[in-house]
Design a binder for this molecule. Structure first.
Ligand code: ARG
Ligand code: ZN
Length: 881
């Protein structure tokens, strides 16, 4: 399987390697321009592999310096080395033999940030998915598991700290100011989990005793002076470690667990065995520089990477098609962790918002793919919302379908049966089947069929017969390569609520299997009869979002209001109100386009305000209630012929009316907010801040002008309020003196802190309207921006293209053209980040015709570049369709 040239790789072509690698002994002689890597690997010819089968190792931009076979310099005739492969013929006839491969690489010139590179003077690695082949020639695929020993040599001054996977071994001096350290990882692992860090970093140290009594040293490495900002990450790590023991029975398995924060990183973080490497954005936090959202992300990502130690490392993936095996399951685990640490319904709302904002559009556009794809040309483009977020929802559905005890039994079997394996989705599902004597054949379609399923529902109540009739039909839209879909097993949680708001117990249901409050939709169509229903009930469907689907149900507004008030499931109350708000916003968008007045339903407006005032709800929930669907939500619901300006105007119109009607209530919230002295990042305090900021945002539409917001900004004593108020100022009052003053003061205060400057860039990049493109261009020229740093690029360009519907989708197409130019420039440095940013154009076909044409022109301009990376080539081709 070759993957670095953009060829199509297919799941059906999988076959095991002809050779196994038993041990790997690596020696790194570190130098920014010329690092020498000596790799001694012990290979074993698999039984059945003929003696004349050559060994083909993967490489990527490599330079072979020397090759020995069984310690003898290899004959030139018996191997062929190119930058992307090393093919060895004439291998020893013995079953076992060794290779010694010497390569030379230049970490300082590695701008792709894959393999070994330098970040702020620190050597670090990123090997998933195929970065190890940029270090040495190897069988760089996840089903080749070997025991690694790593020796790092470096000048003591430059790199006093030398880290790799596993347990620390010998260290010592080498003379000439050089030193070395050896690390040994006893757990066989694939190359993508290899890591090395060398440099001058500070450490925060703590410890943890596992429930079987094994002590573990915990270390978080950060730049000098930033130690104090790693305390929250450490706290989250310890909580994650105990939670995984309690909830899933998983213990840590080495004597040391290390996390290193680096400032140049393509993704969020990486679960390398015993040595996680993190984007520093997901480690560093204090109240002056991090928002509540940052804290929540840190907690979730620290947990996510830690949880990978079992779901990913102890049990890894057979091939990259199985990526969701580790990612979907690990996201599910981190979601459950956050739900336990915080408020479960509020967490569920955040998950659903994220899923709908990122995964649903992906699933309905040209980049749609199954949770387990069947082919790819560039695997890095498959670290997607579908693999991660929908992958997690699929695991959640499995738990819903089986029930908690049965789910646990299946997972326990998975951990015991596949420990040490490189497994597949089939292996995973088989454990749940075997543990519970069930068949999951139909359920498995969730992994194979792309597209968001649609349930079309209609209901009729026959009062005389006391019967409720439900007709449910499922369908799934065509997606690339999959015109037709088979019916899936959809677990639909439901409830019936009576006129007084009480839950109606149902026992007599025909036409569908029901367990507890879950209907098992399996056929294309179900005619369901629920008997012994005395009075007309209000139906609640997809409670707690039990399935990642769209529901078409012409449910009356009164019924939705009833659910918004009385549903016993807190998530579903929000869902009902949100659905009502969405309907109101869609109607308002129609009004704007027809040039008529925006008149939102009075009941909607008062419903929103009632939730705001509902003292029985936790503040975070009240904040969610007034946080209406965003512009992207409205666009997604409309589906085609999108005019982002009309959506923006319509949404503002509705928000203005809510603000005016609820002025007293918003005032009360704002006045009642007492910055309670010392900042704490807990969910409850965060909820109060979220509610306060939501109130300010509404008030900024009526009684709180820019000049009144400025002092609030200035007196903020934590980053959540400060950045929140700055965003309101900049977005609601662009280019006013107050907004520009606040931006300037913020910049002055935080100019030495790039992670905070990212917020400043992002807030400006998401100022609505035409004018923002010029601002983005100007910010690109400021010394805060660097195209070399992925966080800066994402903060400025990524949030402009993915988070500014009116600014990015300017009708004249200028922002599309700008993005095309930038993608081409960035692609030459860092293809992975370029390809990721480009996915912000995935919904171009749903724009109105004028914009659509401009978007196509920009995509074609990219496509016509002769030397695109496989990454950007793949996204461009698929996006153009
Ligand atoms: N496995 C990492 C995670 O925890 C993601 C790393 C992906 N990196 C990449 N270059 N594709 O989600
Ligand atoms: Zn992950």
């Amino acid at each position: 399987m070759k993957t670095d040239t953009g060829q199509d790789v297919r799941l059906e072509d999988y076959r095991p390697t002809d050779f196994e690698i038993e041990t790997v002994d690596l020696t790194f002689r570190l130098d920014p321009a010329q690092t020498r890597v000596t790799s001694r690997i012990a290979l074993r010819r698999r039984s059945g592999t003929k003696a004349d089968v050559p060994l083909v190792l993967d490489g990527d931009e490599l330079n072979l310096v020397a090759l020995k076979i069984n310690d003898v310099a290899a004959d030139n005739e018996c191997f062929a080395a190119t930058p992307s492969s090393l093919e060895i013929r004439d291998l020893p006839e013995t079953e076992v033999f060794t290779l010694e491969i010497v390569t030379e690489i230049a970490p300082a010139e590695n701008t792709k940030l894959m393999g070994l590179y330098r970040s702020n003077g620190v050597y670090c690695t990123q090997c998933e998915a195929e970065g190890f082949r940029r270090i040495t020639y190897f069988l760089d695929r996840p089903d080749v598991l070997a025991v690694f020993t790593t020796c790092i040599e470096a000048p003591t001054n430059d790199a006093p700290l030398l880290l790799s996977n596993g347990n620390p071994g010998e260290t010592g001096e080498l003379g000439d100011g050089w030193h070395f350290a050896v690390w040994h990882d006893p757990h066989p692992k694939p190359s993508y989990l290899f890591a090395l860090v060398a440099g001058d970093l500070a450490v925060v140290r703590d410890w943890f005793v596992t429930r079987s009594g094994k002590p573990v040293v915990l270390e978080i490495y950060v730049e000098h002076g930033k130690q104090i900002r790693a305390n929250y990450a450490m706290d989250a790590l310890k909580r994650a470690m105990s939670w995984d023991e309690e909830r899933f029975g998983r213990e840590y398995d080495l004597s040391v667990f290390m996390i290193v924060a680096v400032s140049d990183f393509n993704m969020g973080a990486m679960e390398n065995k015993g040595l996680n490497i993190f984007n520093d954005k997901y480690v560093l936090a204090d109240s002056d520089t991090a928002t509540d959202a940052d804290y929540a992300n840190i907690e979730a990502i620290i947990a996510h990477e830690y949880f990978h130690n079992w779901t990913g490392n102890r049990i890894t993936c057979r091939d990259w098609f199985q990526l969701c095996l580790k990612e979907g399951l690990t996201v599910y685990r981190d979601h459950e962790f956050s739900a336990d640490m915080r408020s479960r319904p509020v967490k569920r709302i955040a998950e659903v918002r994220l899923l709908k904002a990122h995964q649903f559009p992906e699933d309905s556009g040209p980049l749609a793919h199954p949770v387990r794809p069947e082919h790819y040309s560039e695997i890095n483009n498959f670290y997607t919302a579908t693999v991660y977020e929908k992958g997690s929802e699929v695991v959640r559905m499995l738990a819903t379908i089986l029930g908690p005890t049965e789910f646990k039994a299946g997972l326990d079997l998975y951990f015991s049966r596949h420990d040490g394996d490189a497994a597949t989705i089939e292996d995973f599902l088989k454990c749940f089947e075997d543990a519970n004597q069930v068949k999951l054949t139909q359920f498995a379609l969730w992994y194979r069929q792309a597209g968001t399923p649609v349930l079309t529902v209609s209901a009729r109540f026959d009062g005389r017969a006391r019967k409720l009739m439900l007709d449910i039909e499922q369908s799934a839209p065509a997606t690339p390569g999959q015109p037709k879909k088979r019916p899936m097993h959809i677990p639909l949680r439901f409830g019936l609520i009576d006129a007084d708001g009480a839950e109606i117990k149902t026992s007599d249901i025909e036409g569908i299997d029901v367990t507890g409050d879950v209907m098992h939709v399996k056929r294309r169509a179900h005619k369901i009869v629920i008997s012994k229903v005395r009075k007309r009930p209000v139906i609640s469907l997809n409670r707690s979002f039990s399935a990642p689907i769209n529901i078409h149900f012409e449910q009356g507004t009164e019924d939705l209001f009833h659910l918004a008030r009385f549903e016993t499931d807190a998530y579903s109350r929000w869902q009902a109100l949100n659905e009502l708000a969405l309907r109101g916003l869609i109607a308002a968008t129609g009004a704007v386009r027809d040039d008529t007045d925006i008149v939102p339903d009075e009941a909607l407006v008062s419903g929103i305000i009632a939730s705001l005032e509902d003292g029985t709800l936790e503040p975070a929930m009240r904040a969610q209630a007034v946080l209406l669907p965003g512009e992207a939500d409205i666009a997604r619901e409309l589906g085609n012929n999108i005019d982002p300006d009309a959506i923006f105007e319509a949404r503002n119109g509705v928000l203005d009316i809510v603000a005016m009607t609820g002025a007293d209530a918003f005032d009360k919230v704002a006045d009642g907010f007492t910055p309670s002295g010392r900042y704490t990042p807990d969910a409850e305090s965060a909820g109060k801040r979220a509610l306060y900021l939501a109130a300010l945002d509404y008030l900024s539409r009526i009684s709180l002008p820019a000049d009144a917001l400025l002092p609030i900004f200035r007196s903020a004593d934590n980053m959540t309020i400060m950045a929140g108020v700055l965003a309101i100022l900049a977005h609601r009052f662009p280019e006013t003196a107050a907004a520009e003053t606040a931006l300037a003061e913020f910049e002055l205060r935080f100019r030495e802190n790039p992670l905070v400057i990212d917020k400043w860039l992002q807030i400006q990049a998401t100022i609505p309207g035409q004018a923002t493109l010029a601002r983005v261009k100007q910010l690109m020229g400021s010394n805060h921006f660097s195209i070399e740093n992925p966080n800066r690029v994402r903060a400025l360009i990524g949030s402009f293209s993915a988070g500014n519907p009116t600014g990015f989708n300017r009708a004249d197409g200028a922002a599309f053209a700008f993005l095309a130019g930038l993608i081409i420039e960035l692609d030459a440095r860092n293809p992975q980040v370029a390809a990721r940013i480009l996915t912000s154009m995935r919904s171009w076909k749903s724009l109105e015709p004028v914009r659509q044409e401009k978007a196509r022109t920009a995509l074609v301009a990219i496509s016509e570049q002769p030397s695109l990376s496989p990454d950007v080539r793949d996204i461009t081709d698929r996006t153009l369709g």
